[in-house]
Design a protein around this ligand. Sequence first.
Ligand SMILES: C[S@@+](CC[C@H](N)C(=O)[O-])C[C@H]1O[C@@H](n2cnc3c(N)ncnc32)[C@H](O)[C@@H]1O
Length: 282
Amino acid sequence: MTISAFKKHFSSSLSDLYTASESAFLSSLFIHKITGFDHFQQRRFSDQQLLTDDEKQLNDMISVLRTGKPYQQLLGETEFYGMKFFVDDNVLIPRPETEELLEMAIREIQCSELEIPGLKILDIGTGSGVIPLVLKKHFPDAEISSIDFSAKALETAKRNADFHQLNIEFIHADYLTFKLEEHYDIIISNPPYIGREEETEIADSVKEFEPKMALFSPTSDALVFYRKIAEDARKHLKDHGLLFLEINQKLGIETLELYKDLSKAELLKDLSDNDRFIYGIK
Ligand SMILES: C[S@@+](CC[C@H](N)C(=O)[O-])C[C@H]1O[C@@H](n2cnc3c(N)ncnc32)[C@H](O)[C@@H]1O
């Protein structure tokens, strides 16, 4: 099969899962991964026959994609905030809303009166490490600590930190019982926030392929992480320190209520107009 015929085959085989433009984008990524041809080479050599082995591997990938497995897990990597991140089935695939959280955090930190050199940042629930690594890239002098209860997620986060040659303190701990000892200029988190009663509303592919620990609250209280973060913000966020949280869009008001004793706490919407973030100042 030629490269161009494979692209058509990819699109028609997955037409119930992806739009034509998504398929064009994805087939280009997969052909690049298997053949090494980038997008421009694929166009230039579109009439070239795929090697038999490459064609088999690409067809195997179509079969796996049909199971609903996220394409990022199959590729083993994804792009987030313009950076490459390794991902696997131990970490949440980073979402565009978290890019929005970071965009807000970077802007607010730059506009704040905080002393940027020596900034102390705590990230709760690191996953693939996207939040601490994007922040470290923008604020190289910041001291960033990042907690996760999943040892396997931390391995992936460390691999990403090594790849980008960025230094983060990774802490393997259950945040819900972890006693903070330091004081921070910034606390940022995208913790698990899906309650048990919402489980049926989550897509099967998400529940099957992404780590449950990353998605679901471990107790019947969907806000359990936000309550502990509120308590820690009271005691461990420095005066004028900043808080950035990604939240469950259905629990905006209840989540905001937990932070009412900060000098400022705002509920902010994402680009899809859902209540998605809390921005606070101590
Ligand atoms: C929603 S994911 C966010 C991952 C990453 N920060 C992102 O935005 O893509 C939540 C993360 O919290 C971690 N986590 C779950 N329970 C935890 C706990 N009790 N203590 C610390 N981390 C926990 C999960 O392993 C997961 O990596």
